[in-house]
Design a protein around this ligand. Structure first.
Ligand SMILES: [Zn+2]
Length: 332
């Protein structure tokens, strides 16, 4: 989920639930959970033949699992499930998959720190979003079926096998290498398909937008480090969980790094006019975007501010407020 970056948004002629053979070794089934946060929906990838591995089973929609099984040829089964991270549009369906066929799940580990609900610590956009609009957004959200409510933490998921950076898992026709890429979440893994020199990039690098980095589990410093880590790896193609494949990925990732650096410079520029809160930065930085994206964007702006504090460029006026969304920031 994310903020908008102009890029190749063409997913081609796909139909929800049907299977596309996208490379000799990779099939894709797209789940019907489109939203301003998931683009067209969760893309679940099937790797290899016979004993098949899948990447990111998806949200808890049994119909999506039915479609995944329909994508198999007679005699094929799913033996491995690789989870990029524990968000509700990626990991929850793993449990049903295991119930049906006993597949083994792989991931970095359970979800990290979850921000405690604090009714007094909210970003207040009431100066920028009318009460009417706010009510409409709330209603749209409440009308969604529970399983499609926007990307929340899946705190139930625990992988059968905990992977660490560089670990390789081999199947009968494929080899997958785990690459730890914290930032969007602390437990985010990308998966390299060694035979095709491609990378399943999850929500770390998406084909339609930049990732949301929400503290406390998300970290801008980690995110930037994880982007820089991918650049020299020289993959030919990325397969993100949302959006189309990414050719020439090193250049694309470099553009994400500069995008973040520009965002930080933007914040520093705004602060020259005087101390400010997240609720004032976001409407300026995301002017012209769908206002529903302002709420997750506030998380990313918070992550930027924490990063600017870490690097000594910005300070919090009230020291106790450092972790709070309502804190006031100023230049050092
Ligand atoms: Zn995510």
């Amino acid at each position: 989920m994310a903020t908008k970056i102009e890029h190749h948004l063409d997913l081609g002629n796909f139909a929800y639930g049907s299977c596309d053979q996208v490379t000799p070794m990779v099939r894709r089934v797209i789940c019907k959970n489109p939203s301003p946060f998931t683009y067209k929906g969760t893309g679940t990838y099937l790797i290899g033949e016979g004993q098949v591995a899948i990447v990111d089973p998806g949200p808890p929609l049994e119909s999506h699992l039915d479609n995944i099984f329909d994508a198999l040829q007679p005699g094929e089964t799913i033996t491995h499930a690789f989870i990029t991270h524990t968000h509700s549009d990626h990991s929850p369906l793993t449990a049903s998959l295991k119930d049906r066929v006993g597949s083994i799940s792989y991931g970095f580990g359970p979800h990290g720190a979850v921000k405690e609900e604090d009714p007094n610590d909210r970003v207040d956009f009431s100066g920028y979003i009318s009460q009417e609009e706010q009510n409409q957004y709330r209603k749209e959200y409440e009308d969604l079926p529970d399983e499609l409510k926007r990307e929340g933490a899946d705190t139930d998921f625990v992988p059968d096998v905990f992977l660490r950076d560089g670990d390789i898992v081999e199947g009968n026709s494929w080899s997958i290498r785990a690459i730890h890429t914290p930032g969007h979440t602390s437990n985010h893994l990308c998966y390299e398909l060694i035979e095709e020199n491609s990378l399943f990039s999850g929500d770390h690098v998406m084909g339609w937008a930049t990732s949301v980095v929400g503290p406390p589990d998300g970290s801008m410093l980690d995110y930037l480090t994880s982007l820089k880590k991918l650049v020299p790896m020289g993959h030919d193609l990325y397969w993100p969980t949302h959006g189309p494949s990414i050719p020439n990925p090193s250049e694309y990732v470099k553009s994400f790094i500069s995008h973040r650096e520009e965002r930080e410079e933007q914040i520093v520029e705004y602060l020259k006019a005087g101390p400010s809160r997240i609720a004032d930065f976001v409407p300026q930085m995301y002017e012209g975007y769908d206002k529903r994206l302002w709420y997750p964007a506030a998380g990313s702006v918070h992550a930027h501010l924490l990063h600017l504090v870490e690097t000594g460029r910005v300070k919090v006026v009230d020291e106790e407020g450092l972790t709070k969304l309502t804190a006031i920031y100023d230049l050092c």
